[in-house]
Design a binder for this molecule. Sequence first.
Ligand code: COA
Length: 393
Amino acid sequence: MNYDIVHLPEEKWKGTIIPIKYETNEYYDVFVDKTEKGYRIEIEKREFAQPVTHSPEDYDFPDKLYADYRENAYAWGVLVNDQLVAAIETDPELWSNRLRITELWVAEEYQKQGIGHALIEMAKEQARRERRRAVILETQSCNVNAIDFYQHEGFTLIGMDTCCYQNNDLQRKEVRLEFGWFPEAKKRLNREDIEIRMETQDDWYHVELMAQHAFWNKHHLGCDEHYLVHKLRQDKDYLPELSRIAVKDGTVIGCIMYSRARVIDGEDAHEIITFGPLCVEPKWQGCEVGEMLLMETMNIAANAGYKGIVIFGEPDYYPRLGFKTCDNFNITTADGKNFDAFMGIELVEGSMKGIKGRFYESEVFQNLPKEEVEAYSKNFPPLKKLRFPGQWD
Ligand SMILES: CC(C)(COP(=O)(O)OP(=O)(O)OC[C@H]1O[C@@H](n2cnc3c(N)ncnc32)[C@H](O)[C@@H]1OP(=O)(O)O)[C@@H](O)C(=O)NCCC(=O)NCCS
């Protein structure tokens, strides 16, 4: 696929008609028979006597992007010379935790070049990121091309509605069919499934590549963390003796990197530690790798006599591992603030007693100039900068 996919912001694209048009010689015949014991349903491909064409003009309500009744719609598309040639729109069905594809279209002259596949992958990626339990969509029994394409993309029939468009949809051969795709189930890894060890110089590239995958497009377009890993290794505050990588079948799938930090209260300076990045290759996220890295290294740090850890991290993730917001420790950020993402933990009960003040981490965290990140990123295979819904707006 040689085209760039871009986000289509609502402000600009709301109301844009999606000119879904297709001609078909075939249809999936939906047959519903009431039997003594229940119903018998058959859905089979058959030929029309003559080709049938469907176009936006046939419908009173043509498909539009960001329709008013869509509450959380989000669209991506492909533009060629500023003309929209393909689009996908998604809208999470929040109550059932499924992601619905509400529009999918590739202009005829751009079909069969992998664009439809790339757009479907965006929806699947959104579903994985939002931890939806399925991606679902509606199509019509006469849109054989779309049905066959969805099946090729891993979707399966999940239901139908025989009077969605008109009361005689069965007779008209245009029945609403629902298709669904289910994200790969996450398998919890056990400690013996992975190796946790210090990194060697041979691992450096692979650790940075994994960090780039883990953070790509997460907090802003692209990411800096692969460069942070590289800079941190050279920093005076870096603690390689606490830092570890997780390796599965010879491949680096996670890392945690520690560095010294300080809590300063007037003349008093207390040494504590911080970690970051802590990250896991997307394919292995949700399999407990991050937790195993953290628990194991916290133990090492406690045995080495470190008192506590302070971090900026996901407020939804760390509290279940015992982290508390830093106001509990009378510690603030360097500019005197407290918030949910600013958390700490004692490495031994009571070990943070008497430590209070403002938190300062290594300057390397604040010193990652954009140009340097861009230049360093050239060492890795290019990734697309894409905005996913609700991430950093
Ligand atoms: C359905 C549609 C989105 C597919 O887009 P596309 O860009 O042509 O599809 P791609 O080129 O990305 O195809 C990806 C893969 O699916 C396969 N595929 C595409 N159409 C297929 C079909 N009708 N039957 C079986 N496989 C199909 C391709 O061969 C390709 O396989 P590969 O990865 O093994 O090479 C496009 O045909 C379209 O826009 N149709 C009109 C609008 C429409 O009907 N939208 C659906 C509304 S519900």
